[in-house]
Design a protein around this ligand. Structure first.
Ligand code: PLP
Length: 464
């Protein structure tokens, strides 16, 4: 054994303790840390010929790279839709690496059984029936991609062909209709050989990001043959929701696959005050929910549900003699793009086991309350202006005067020590979004971040 490996093996317990202490110090300091540190990235170093073991690597990481890392795990990183990591989820993720299972088939230990338990908990959490079979994937993009891959195979079934066998070309032109689709839907269609051009944007309701069901029905009537509808349950700009019940009724009259992108909006199901927003979701043919956002597990986790696991297996089936004939279509190797994969379920399992439905409902309700509170403050602030009502956890606002992208960047740059927001454009107006999905965020964070935002409003509206 290489001497550095041998030395680390002997010292493994004490080395892991020092890594734990290092991680603990990072997490203890995260609230004081600049949310987006203003340090320059170090120059990339060459490959070390001799590395000197874990302690040397930890020191190098701490000195060169850690200072520039964002406090995205902390309570005031509100850009994109960014969850944090609950204590139990962190433990689950650490243990995922420690036990390093590749539970892709039933030839392995009990890992797949644990995953199925976690998926059944998630199904209950989101109020879904047992007909919705779940798989874990690396994120909502992959979840949307898998859902749309199953949709593609369903289109084939309707037309008497199998895209999984014959290629996507066997379908001819495909139409995927959606009101305010997330960018990952177009990316998925590109990956699936259906093409970005297959995405048809349908008009939304006036002043909303929710699809207009009348316009959708008109679009369905102009088409010929089966198609796909992507419903949006939680849009990134304004947290708006399509009327899922209305879409399910439309499916009774028109031949389409209903996929719901509920990447973060699916968590509306957790609270009686918001559950109506996802009414009807269970009737969908496929559903995407991210876990590394509002469930607060570390990155690399989303769930994908579908009522047609048989079609899913047709797409992702992976047969090889050395993988064994055992197992069934439910083996994860036959359900997702990856073959070998980490025991991704463990972090979700830990956080659900530790805090239950009640603990996660509290996170969702507190995030929604924080969003409403920030919106109310912005409504009363002279320099700022709300652009959309808060429906869930996203606050979309802009400068009251001359809201250019440059002036908004000046604002976020100045406030970056205290709060991180990401830019967008809402109904043609350059804007900012604050998305609440971190388990640590409280009203005190809203107050301090709001003060920082007010102090950062650029003064002279005529400059820039
Ligand atoms: C975040 C998000 C996605 C993509 O999720 P990733 O986890 O980044 O792959 C898709 N749809 C919606 C609505 C999202 O918010």
């Amino acid at each position: 054994m290489h001497p550095d490996l041998a030395a680390d093996l002997v010292r493994l317990p004490s080395l892991l303790r020092s890594v734990k202490e290092h991680a603990t110090a990072f997490l203890e300091g995260v609230e004081e840390r600049e949310v987006l540190p203003s340090v320059a990235a170090p120059l990339a170093a060459g490959l070390p010929e001799r590395g000197n073991g874990l302690q040397a690597a930890l020191q190098d990481f701490a000195e060169r790279w850690e200072p520039g890392l964002a406090a995205s795990v902390g309570p005031r990183y509100w850009g994109f839709v960014t969850g944090g990591v609950t204590p139990a989820a962190l433990a689950g993720d650490w243990l995922t690496a420690a036990v390093d299972q590749n539970s892709f088939s039933s030839l392995d230990g009990t890992g797949q059984r644990l995953e199925r338990e976690a998926i059944s908990w998630l199904r209950e959490l989101f109020g879904l029936s047992r007909d919705q079979e779940g798989s874990l994937v690396s994120g909502a993009t992959m979840s949307n991609m898998v859902g749309l891959a199953v949709a593609r195979e369903w289109l084939g079934e309707r037309l008497g062909v199998s895209p999984a066998e014959e290629g996507a070309g066997a379908l001819g032109a495909v139409r995927v209709l959606s009101g305010s689709p997330h960018s990952s839907v177009a990316k998925s269609l590109s990956m699936l050989g259906l093409g970005r051009a297959s995405l048809v944007t349908v008009p939304t309701l006036a002043g909303r990001e929710a699809v207009d069901p009348v316009a959708l029905e008109a679009a369905l009537e102009t088409g010929d043959g089966p198609c796909v509808v992507v419903a949006n349950a939680g849009t990134v700009n304004s947290g708006d929701f399509d009327d899922l019940r209305a879409l399910v009724r439309l499916r009774g009259r028109h031949d389409f696959w209903l996929h719901v992108d509920a990447a973060f909006g699916g968590f509306a199901a957790l609270s009686p005050t918001s559950a109506h927003l996802v009414d009807g979701m269970d009737a969908a043919d496929s559903i995407c929910v991210d876990l590394h956002k509002w469930l607060n597990v570390p990155y690399d986790s989303a769930v994908q549900f579908t009522r047609r696991q048989d079609l899913q297996v047709r797409v992702f089936r992976n047969t090889a003699a050395y993988l064994g004939a055992g197992g069934d279509g439910a083996d994860r190797v036959h359900r997702t793009p990856e073959n070998s994969q980490r025991l991704r379920a463990l972090a979700a399992w830990f956080t659900l086991r530790a805090y239950g439905r009640d603990g996660h409902r509290e996170i969702v309700e507190r995030c929604m309350a924080c969003a409403r509170s920030l919106a109310a403050s912005i409504d009363g602030a002279p320099g700022l202006r709300m652009l959309a009502p808060v429906r869930l956890n996203v606050v979309c606002f802009t400068l009251a005067e001359n809201p250019t992208a440059v002036r908004l960047a000046a604002l976020t740059g100045k406030a970056a020590d205290h709060v991180f927001l990401s830019p967008t454009v809402y109904e043609g107006v350059p804007a900012l979004r604050a998305a609440f999905s971190n388990w640590r965020t409280t009203e005190a964070d809203v107050r301090s971040a709001f003060e920082a935002l007010c102090e950062s409003v650029p003064g002279d509206a005529s400059s820039a």
